[in-house]
Design a binder for this molecule. Structure first.
Ligand SMILES: Cc1ncc(COP(=O)(O)O)c(C=O)c1O
Length: 300
């Protein structure tokens, strides 16, 4: 096994053997939802949180009973074990299945349920110390960004644009100038020692990593405010007491050192970010049954 294996509607197959109907509504209409779960040392990270969000996404698109015959809490660990996957991720997708192409729901949908494993390298500590750059873009997505929908065209276009601009990730901006989230990540600023992030509403995805960043901050006694902020606020404090970072399942947390070509904190990751990241890396290592990695943040 090379660490890659597919579960498709009850069967385990080689990834390249998987076939989905051309009239699958996920393919034609984006009528589906997905999850991406990190795997470390063969263990699915924060699986219960991902399964809870999966249920919420399915309920939101009125496909609440799609997984009746697929016990994902059992199937996913089985898939990872059969694939012989150590470190990597699982991509899971549920669509309203195939039916003659019409917009309203088919009378008796038979959902397409799939998940596959993929071996993957995660960001190296050296990359974490270098930090990433963000490219601000207008948020042209729909009004239900809280649903983890497979309609990702806006993210595809802005992430391509970010790459062409030499940035690592796009940054979705609201028309009023507030910062929403990354192309496929949540973002946080540390302004005057307070961790700030956009509140949970229909404009952002409730990231699982975001949830754990906030939990860790609470545990460490670092003040948190789920309140939107502008790039202006970041820039005004940029020279001094300001940090910025992103968070997602496959990247954990990454320090942001420049936004739209303007350096944050002189282009160096900040101490609050590194403290949170050290704690997250320790938590992930414990979940994976591994030794705690060396601290990124030196003693004060
Ligand atoms: C738009 C968006 N926001 C945030 C996230 C981060 O979510 P999570 O931490 O659950 O991976 C993602 C992940 O793909 C995303 O696509």
């Amino acid at each position: 096994m090379n660490g890659e294996l597919l579960y498709l509607n009850g069967e385990f197959l080689e990834l390249r053997e998987g076939r989905v109907h051309v009239e699958d509504r996920g393919f034609q209409l984006g009528d589906g939802i997905y999850e991406v779960i990190k795997v470390m040392n063969g263990r699915l990270v924060w699986l219960d949180d991902h399964l809870a969000r999966l249920d919420r996404s399915l309920a939101a698109i009125r496909l609440g009973d799609a997984l009746e015959d697929h016990d994902m809490g059992r199937i996913l660990p089985d898939l990872v074990a059969r694939a012989g996957l150590g470190d990597g991720s699982v991509y899971l997708q549920v669509t309203r299945g195939d039916a003659p192409r019409e917009f309203p729901f088919p009378a008796a949908p038979h959902p397409t349920v799939l998940a596959y494993t993929r071996p993957r390298d995660f960001p190296l500590p050296s990359f974490i110390t270098t930090g990433i750059t963000l490219h601000p873009v207008e948020d042209l997505r729909w009004g239900r960004c809280d649903i983890k929908s497979t309609n990702l065209l806006a993210a595809v276009l802005v992430k391509q644009e970010a790459q062409e601009a030499g940035a690592w990730e796009a940054l979705f901006m609201a028309p009023d100038g507030t910062v929403r989230e990354g192309g496929s990540s949540n973002v946080f600023a540390v302004l005057g020692g307070v961790v700030r992030t956009h509140p949970l509403d229909r404009h952002i995805l409730g990231g699982i990593t975001r949830l754990h960043v906030l939990e860790i901050a609470h545990r460490l006694g670092i003040p948190v405010e789920e309140r939107a902020f502008t790039l202006e606020e970041v820039r005004q404090t940029a020279a001094g007491d300001c940090e910025f970072f992103s968070a997602s399942s496959t990247t954990d947390m990454l320090p942001v050192v420049a936004i739209g070509g303007v350096a944050v904190r002189g282009g160096r990751p900040g101490p609050v970010t590194l403290r949170l990241l050290d704690e997250m890396r320790a938590e992930l290592a414990a979940l994976a049954g591994r030794e705690k990695p060396p601290a990124l943040l030196g003693p004060p």
